[in-house]
Design a protein around this ligand. Structure first.
Ligand code: PLP
Length: 423
């Protein structure tokens, strides 16, 4: 399928008069349409809630849009919890799915009333010591080990992942938590990342539902919710078929009836913690071509670099590129599109066929709405870009300003960098 940019060259030419490139731009209309569909896909389950994975896009303006569709937030760090608290989230709107968790983070999650999802059996004592008494509702993360396969092959390798408890530990954990006064239980697992198939959630759900029936029978723990976590993917490549969330919801519904309803557990709520699926396609990194270089290869240098979008450098991830204004031009040039870091892996694309690029052209790097800005860093002293929201009426709102050198130097306490600088 052809991947289209959600903004035109003309619109970008207007935007850059106020906000220079590079920036991440988010598409409010796309975010809303998708959130509405997710809600509809699981509307058969009265307790359903999507807990947006904050780490994907930790921007309060965007999280507040999702909240209008009933979304809560999935946090796994102190500042993610603080962000949610600052925008008024509390209680069971917050899921705390962390691992290797520091004590102060558990304390904050509990004081906000969030649901604590334990990554390991040893954390039961750890949390009890911090809180004095365990909350009445608690969740545990399951890891079945081995490899996770779907009809099109091996999807991921849970046996190699640091997360979750073994089957044996989950039974012990539920028994122990029950003894310690926990009354409502949740079960969680994340077995594969960026799955572009409608099969993933239903398969995962089947495993978790069967385990839940057995857990409730054997331990007497009352299972209140099952959390399918994240991992629902997006088509980064034009040849990939997008997930159909309505089909996914229906697939989960079918196994819910088969396994849970049949076992008399038709009151269990379904939770999800999607990040990428909620936001990924509705963000883009917009950057300008500023150099061309002809050596052993053809290079286009842009004004963004890997600190603005780490996925290609880190995982070799594909991000589609549209040269704005040249949407229909033939892709008859072969380029490496690079940033300015002193790292040879700072390339947004390698051997990519694109239309002929002129200096000053705007490149729209697709699908940066999740795990894009948020993975940013400051290597080479590079600064994080702005985040802009393209609203439904076509106007643009600055939802996070770009960093300035002052932000970069702000942590040298006791040394007034700017006074010494004498520029
Ligand atoms: C990262 C993460 C998610 C979100 O994953 P996506 O692939 O963005 O959907 C959800 N839950 C947990 C615990 C995570 O670590």
């Amino acid at each position: 399928m052809k991947k289209n940019a959600f903004v035109t060259k003309e619109a970008i030419q207007e935007i850059v008069k106020t906000y220079p490139t590079p920036f991440h731009l988010y598409d409010e209309r796309g975010i809303r349409e998708n959130a509405r569909k997710v809600k509809e896909a699981f509307s058969w389950n009265p307790g359903f809630r999507e807990y947006f994975a904050i780490k994907a896009t930790p921007n309060p303006f965007l999280v507040n849009i999702l909240r209008q569709y009933g979304c809560g937030a999935d946090c796994s760090s102190l500042t993610e919890l603080m962000l949610c608290s600052a925008i008024g989230m509390k209680g069971e709107e917050i899921m705390f799915s962390s691992n290797d968790t520091p004590a102060e983070e558990y304390a904050l999650a509990a004081s906000l009333g969030g649901i604590i999802n334990l990554d390991d059996i040893t954390h039961i004592d750890f949390v009890e010591k911090i809180l004095g008494k365990l909350p009445e509702t608690m969740s545990c993360r399951y890891n079945p080990g081995g490899v996770f396969t779907l009809s099109n092959g091996i999807m991921d390798n849970p046996g190699d992942a640091k997360y979750g408890m073994t089957r044996e530990q989950i039974f012990k954990a539920f028994t122990l938590l029950k003894e310690k006064g926990v009354k409502r239980f949740g079960l969680h697992a994340f077995l594969a990342s960026n799955t572009v198939t409608n099969e993933y959630y239903p398969q995962l759900a089947k495993q978790l539902f069967e385990l839940a029936v057995e857990l409730q029978e054997k331990t007497g723990a009352k299972i209140a919710f099952i959390n399918l976590s994240g991992g629902v993917g997006i088509p980064y490549r034009p040849d990939q078929e997008p997930n159909d969330i309505l089909a996914i919801g229906e697939g989960v519904h079918r196994v819910y009836e088969e396994v849970l309803t049949a076992a008399g557990m038709g009151d269990v709520a379904i939770y999800t913690e999607m990040g990428r699926f909620m936001m990924g396609p509705y963000g883009a990194l917009v950057t300008k071509a500023i150099h061309e270089k002809h050596t052993y290869k053809e290079y286009i240098g842009v004004d963004a670099c890997a600190v603005n979008l780490m996925r290609p450098a880190m995982y070799g991830a594909y991000h589609h590129i549209t040269v704005l204004g040249k949407e229909d031009a033939p892709c008859d040039h072969l380029y490496d599109v690079t940033g300015s870091l002193c790292e040879n892996n700072d390339k947004f694309a390698i051997d990519r066929k694109l239309p002929k690029i002129e200096m000053g052209d705007y490149l729209f790097i697709h699908d940066t709405g999740a795990h894009g800005y948020s993975m940013g860093y400051n290597y080479n002293g590079k600064l994080r870009s702005a985040e802009l929201l393209l609203k439904e009426d076509g106007s643009v709102e600055l939802i996070r300003r770009a960093e300035t050198p002052k932000d970069y130097f702000a942590t040298f306490d006791g040394f007034d960098f700017y006074r010494e600088l004498k520029l």
